[in-house]
Design a protein around this ligand. Structure first.
Ligand code: FAD
Length: 375
């Protein structure tokens, strides 16, 4: 394999967006992705202002807007009562689009900018920093092994980053952790507003998606990860909210642990971590992908500042990743605490806090918080 200026490991949304930004500036970049097909898992849906700015810079913002649903606002409810209602200003919208579609649009854009820059079915098995370049050992789909060298290698290989592990970079746990189940269902006549049910027995989120669909997310009891059936999830949503979504027996809800972590270092010589490899942000609040895209914008800026064969100075990038990661972690921890099971005085205090945050005096500040202002 011929040597490159930048090799990106991982064609998730962060690796793909970074590749688009670098290719648009004429950098010689390749993305190595172990999957041979697209990732069809149901994950990120929320796109906020920082994410939209990054997509615009990559040249796919208009296509994303054309396919996405614009949330008109959101409500917080508890025990049948409306606690808060917020609208999102046009300049700070929240869009929803399935991550598989966002990924597909980014893949298409990369193909248009640099045909052949995405190599699927290529798994990075080893990494060696040689001082003036980094050499990767890559296994391709046919089982053969090759080497590729680059001036800079960006590990955008996700939350379980093998490169972070090989470099021995500490993965620090941040508050909080909880277990959730979710399912995306058909929802004819769906209302373009999000509803958060902060119920005494735990959070239920109801989030509209394009194409008359809706995502339901339900906080589950602590304990080991357990599969939950469509019927069980439907019954639990009804118990907490009084609404029984039509999940259909053939859909299998997904259970996931929302955890938070940060890599202690994100730059080691010519190796750089980006996206979930650098920080895991709880999905509650929908910030992780957007934050990874902001990282990618900053990184592209730094990598294009000087000739790439010179040792790039990435201290500014590292500081910004740590700073914005801390902010996102604090916000997600707060959102998760608003959805914990609660009773008595704690529940009354939480309801009062939510009412205050949704009041006319605080509403603008709160919608800024929810739309990732300052991150
Ligand atoms: C249920 C859920 C809901 C979420 N909702 C939101 C949301 O609404 N908004 C939001 O902003 N974020 C959300 N997130 C977070 C978001 O999905 C992630 O932040 C985002 O996917 C991170 O992108 P990434 O490119 O860094 O990593 P990933 O998407 O994990 O991509 C990493 C890629 O690297 C590849 N790879 C790994 N190892 C190797 C290797 N050795 N060689 C080659 N390739 C490799 C993998 O196959 C993968 O394709 C959610 C997450 C979950 C789980």
């Amino acid at each position: 394999m011929r040597d490159r200026e930048v090799v990106i490991v991982g064609a998730g949304p962060v690796g793909l967006l970074l590749a688009c930004l670098l290719a648009a500036r004429g950098r010689d970049v390749v993305v190595l992705e172990r999957r041979s097909g697209a990732d069809t898992r149901s994950r990120a849906i929320g796109i906020h202002r920082p994410g939209l700015d990054a997509l615009d810079e990559a040249g796919v913002g208009d296509r994303v807007r054309a396919e996405a649903l614009f949330l008109e606002g959101g409500e917080v409810r508890s025990d049948g009562r409306l606690l808060a209602s917020l609208s999102f200003r046009p300049e700070r919208p929240i869009l929803t689009l399935a991550q598989s579609r966002t990924d597909a649009l980014l893949r298409g854009r990369l193909g248009a900018l640099a045909d052949g820059a995405l190599l699927t079915g290529h798994t990075v098995r080893g990494v060696r920093d040689e001082g003036d370049r980094v050499r990767l050992r890559v296994e391709s789909g046919d089982g053969g092994e090759r080497e590729i060298a680059a001036s800079v290698v960006v590990a955008a290989d996700g939350v379980r980053s093998g490169i972070r592990e090989r470099l021995g970079i500490e993965w620090r746990s941040r508050p909080k952790t909880a277990r959730y189940a979710m399912v995306d269902v058909d929802d004819p006549g769906s209302d373009p507003r999000a509803v958060l049910y902060c119920e005494p027995t735990g959070l239920v989120e109801s989030l509209p998606l394009p194409g008359s669909r809706r995502r339901w997310v339900v906080r589950q009891d602590a304990g080991p990860e357990a599969a939950v059936s469509a019927a069980e999830l439907g019954a639990e949503i009804e118990r907490r909210t009084g609404i029984r979504p039509d999940i259909g027996d053939h859909r299998t809800p997904v259970s996931f642990i929302a955890a938070q972590h940060a890599a202690r270092e994100v730059v080691r010589g010519r190796m750089v971590l980006a996206g979930d490899a650098a920080h895991e942000i709880s999905p509650i609040g929908g910030q992780g992908m957007n934050l990874g895209w902001s990282d990618a914008r900053n990184l592209a800026e730094e990598l294009c500042r000087s000739p790439i064969d010179r040792m790039p100075d990435l201290q500014r990038y590292e500081r910004s990743v740590h700073r914005s990661g801390r902010r996102a972690h604090r916000r997600s921890a707060f959102y998760m605490s608003m959805g914990e099971p609660a009773s008595g005085v704690a529940l009354a205090a939480r309801d009062a806090l939510i009412r205050g945050l949704g009041s006319p005096a605080m509403g603008g500040w709160t919608s800024g918080l929810l739309t990732m202002r300052g991150i």
